[in-house]
Design a protein around this ligand. Structure first.
Ligand code: ATP
Length: 202
């Protein structure tokens, strides 16, 4: 079998993870998006829906057959055991799908598989399946500006999300490689990704 680099990609909200992930796919990497896989399990008739209904009741499932996210968010915010129960349903499903997509990428001959995992540092379970961790680092003020531009969130809402995530220092400590996404243009960022991608087997 050819050698494969399993590269974890992480960074705080709005740091530029998705942008870097996309640039890496342009260099020939396969991309596995952990958030998208997780959301898919709780979308209409997703693989987690039956187990969530059995554990939490049908009040948590909308008439369309998807997770009632607002209701679940309120519950897990107040009740750590409910959060735990939800995670114990969703995580194994995400893991199984990650393994399946990894096998497909290897069979397709990909040399680098990028795992975009926003909470990689917070959720220790990812590290053992990765060869390297790439952190996209961004000054907090720029993170806030970029997320405010992109979403309807207020500064305070964004600051609260940032406070709930790993700190910049914790993330940098977990990094094997750092891409600093500060005030450079998107073209300059693309150049940096091209320049560094040989380290990832690309
Ligand atoms: P999230 O955690 O919220 O999913 P993210 O880390 O994936 O965010 P991106 O979606 O890649 O971040 O970037 C956030 C926003 O900032 C996007 O609109 C993106 O186009 C923009 N952006 C990222 N890097 C730069 C840059 N160097 N210059 C200008 N805009 C940028």
């Amino acid at each position: 079998m050819h050698s494969v680099m399993r590269l974890g990609l992480t960074g705080g909200i709005g740091s530029g993870k998705s942008t870097v992930a996309h640039l890496l796919t342009q260099q020939g990497a396969a991309l596995i998006d952990a958030d998208a896989l997780s959301r898919a399990t709780t979308a209409a008739h997703g693989s987690a829906i039956k187990a969530i209904e059995a554990r939490f009741g049908s009040a948590f499932i909308t008439p369309l057959g998807e997770l009632d996210r607002a209701r679940m968010r309120t519950l897990v915010y107040q009740d750590a055991s409910a959060r735990h129960a939800l995670e114990s349903i969703v995580h194994p499903l995400v893991q199984a799908e990650t393994t399946r997509q990894t096998e497909i990428a290897i069979q397709a001959g990909m040399h680098c598989i990028v795992y975009d995992v926003p909470l990689l540092v917070e959720a220790g379970r990812w590290r053992s399946q990765l060869d390297m961790v790439l952190v996209v680092d961004c000054p907090p003020e720029l993170q806030i500006d970029r997320v405010m531009l992109r979403s309807g969130l207020t500064r305070t809402e964004i600051e609260n999300i940032m406070a709930s995530q790993a700190s910049r220092t914790q993330r940098l400590k977990a990094a094997d490689v750092v891409i600093f996404n500060g005030h450079q243009t998107l073209d300059e960022l693309a150049g940096e990704v091209r320049h560094i991608s040989h380290r990832f087997g690309l």
